[in-house]
Ligand binder design. Sequence first.
Ligand code: PGA
Length: 250
Amino acid sequence: MKHKLIAGNWKMNLSKSEAEQLLTDLASNAHASNKYQLAVCVPAVHLGKTETILANSSIKYGGQNCYTAEKGAFTGENSAATLKSYGCSYVLVGHSERREYFGESHTFLKAKVDTAIDFGLQPIFCFGEKLQEREANHQEAIVKQQLEESVFHLDSEAFSRVVLAYEPVWAIGTGLAASPEQAQEMHAYIRQLIKEQYGTTVANNAYILYGGSMKPANAADLLSQPDIDGGLIGGASLKAQDFLAIAASA
Ligand code: PGA
């Protein structure tokens, strides 16, 4: 059976000492498992400490954003090459907060997906519908469009490096997670889209994470759905106990 991928998204949280404490707690309490892989996507300023503290652990890590150039005059940005040099496995691309607050367009996100892959990172590509889109029952059309615009241009070899994270915007940080049935229905639809694009083997191997208010209390029900391959966890990834409890329910 495929292991689950349990990825934390710290967002713009934690001071230096708080980050070090959380990394240390995770490193000392996480056990290697064939049921799940743990990962944390940290603010770039914490990557040096992350690399050091997680060095001998089974936990992988990544950045939360990268720019599309390898290096150069792009003040304030971080490149995929730099993330890779810190030992990152992953980088988040297309999180709804980047789309909403930083105006990241689907063409920009497409370029970021390409850049991440070119520099040996696995993009965790986030997408999902807003509340009014779900209320209008447009969620499938929106999700299809987001995948077609930024990911489905890849050949199957490159696509197999992408992790998908379905995150309905109305569920992010609201405490109101999608129900296991709602999430499973969408994940099955996404897998069907992958199948149509890349065939059955690629679709079956694809990782489709669910994100949006996943916590210890609902993780087991969500993660036991057949098409949910893991979680992208914001708020509950800031406490080692909660994050590890979610992993334990995988
Ligand atoms: P949340 O965030 O778990 O706090 O809802 C998830 C995310 O934004 O990735």
